[in-house]
Design a protein around this ligand. Structure first.
Ligand SMILES: CC(C)C[C@H](N)C(=O)O
Length: 455
């Protein structure tokens, strides 16, 4: 039976005949040989070994989306799932400059940067299903030059978007036989790359399991992690109290002070790492074959003695004014959908914090969004980064930075260590904010490079 790509969520009631839509995701039958599984932790009781997430009990999920574990987890928040699905459907299935096989191949290249087996496997199946040349799946060396030249763009967008300059864009756009890119094609590829980088973070952040895989774990086991309780039982109370205090204070910091607070947060974020918990980087051959420069990653500034990213002043190139209109002009359907998706994720709230009801959580959500973009050097002039330290405690920051910058290092322990009183649905909600803030950060950098190229 041919694989049916689970690009759209399919509930049991929707289609019984799609019950095997996740076929070919099994490592044994995958077109990409040698796929290993993501880290599977065996010490956790009460977890359904076939549940969509390694971290979230099945009972917490909204319902079954057969074979589509991403939708099963996202489905806790239907409003977000809906706009996510619409955007992805547009990118992969609807009108666009790239051919269908090229779209799935770009998805594979993006997911490989974050070692996301789930997506590499899924899009390898989809690639074949839409008539892609099986030889390309042997590795990036077998793909056409036109796709291979995306390597630099892919690695910068995934790990260090601040390094993108107009020269990178100009190089791709210059006439070069059949291998040059049109602007429309390039925009399509850029949105695919950033979408799948961010989705890889989401998948690993929520511990989403590759469907039907009999996981043969060829990753080294995680080091034994301490079970220290980093959060007091009063974590939720503390956050609620901090938000109330910030609402009441209304203290106005000077411009200089605001800038200093951002720089401080940016520099300090360098120290926010999962101490002693980093496993040696190990690439599965199934991932490695799609990578050039696999060692290129988010910079660990302290170790390499490098500078933090230069500050990107968000008011000089905002999504609303610049990014959106540029995107809209180049690929209008996607510009519109991305805009809607940013808004849905930024504004989503249930007015709850753990068991507390009727809470205005906007400060907390904004701190989360801005902290992620701060890690990429993006600063909002009107935001007081001092709030980040009031609202986000260290274990939360460690998790956020790991999911965003090093998703392959996320462990169940990191997932459990923060917000211990909060619900799983709130941790999934957090992951939407991480996904979207990361996606928008990369887009802001690349769209700024494109617009400077045009002038
Ligand atoms: C990310 C979460 C803390 C969000 C919160 N539960 C809300 O409804 O706004």
């Amino acid at each position: 039976m041919a694989a049916v790509c689970p690009i759209s969520p399919v509930r049991p009631a929707d289609s019984a005949s799609n019950a095997r839509q996740d076929c070919n995701l099994d490592p044994q039958s995958s077109p990409v040989n040698g796929l290993n599984g993501v880290e599977e932790e065996k010490d956790q009781p009460n977890r359904d070994p076939r549940g969509p997430s390694m971290y979230i009990p099945v009972s917490e999920l909204a319902g079954a989306y057969l074979g589509d574990n991403i939708a099963a987890v996202m489905g806790i928040h239907p409003e977000y799932l809906h706009i996510f699905w619409k955007t992805q459907h547009q990118l992969l299935r609807m009108d666009g400059a790239l051919s269908l096989p090229e779209r799935h191949y770009v998805a594979i290249m993006a997911a490989a940067r974050h070692q996301c087996i789930y997506l590499v496997s899924l899009h390898s199946s989809c690639f074949l299903q839409v008539g892609g040349d099986p030889r390309w799946l042997e590795g990036i060396q077998q793909a056409p030059i036109k796709l291979r030249v995306l390597n630099d763009l892919n690695k910068f967008l995934a790990h260090r978007p601040w390094m993108l300059a107009k020269e990178h864009i100009a190089l791709l756009l210059r006439p070069c036989g059949g291998n040059s890119w049109s602007l429309a094609e390039l925009i399509h590829a850029i949105v695919l790359l950033t979408h799948f980088h961010a989705l890889s973070s989401f998948i690993m952040g929520c511990g989403i399991r590759t469907p039907q895989s009999q996981l043969s774990n060829s990753r080294p086991p995680s080091p034994v992690e301490s079970n220290e309780t980093l959060n007091s039982a009063e974590e939720a109370e503390r956050v609620v109290a901090e938000m109330l205090k910030l609402n009441e204070e209304g203290e106005e910091a000077t411009r200089e002070e605001m800038e200093t607070r951002f720089e401080k947060e940016k520099i300090e974020s360098v120290m926010v790492t999962a101490n002693g918990r980093i496993t040696q980087c190990f690439f599965s051959p199934a991932i490695y074959r799609f990578l050039e420069h696999p060692e290129f990653g988010y910079i660990d500034f302290t170790r390499r003695g490098e500078q933090a990213p230069p500050t990107f002043r968000a008011h000089e190139f905002t999504w609303d004014c610049h990014g959106y209109s540029l995107m809209h002009g180049l690929y209008s359907e996607i510009g519109q959908l991305l805009d809607e998706k940013f808004q849905v994720s930024y504004n989503l709230t249930y007015h709850t914090i753990a068991t507390h009801q009727g809470v205005d959580t906007s400060r907390l959500r904004r701190a989360i969004w801005n902290y992620i973009q701060c890690i990429y050097g993006i600063r909002y002039d009107d935001y007081d980064y001092g709030e980040v330290n009031h609202l986000l405690e260290r274990s939360l920051k460690v998790y956020m930075k790991t999911v965003t910058c090093h998703p392959e290092r996320v462990t169940h322990q990191l997932y459990k260590d923060f917000w211990r009183q909060f619900k799983h649905s709130e941790k999934v909600h957090l992951n939407f904010l991480l996904l979207e803030a990361k996606l928008q950060a990369a887009l802001l950098y690349v769209l700024r490079a494109i617009s400077s190229c045009k002038t």
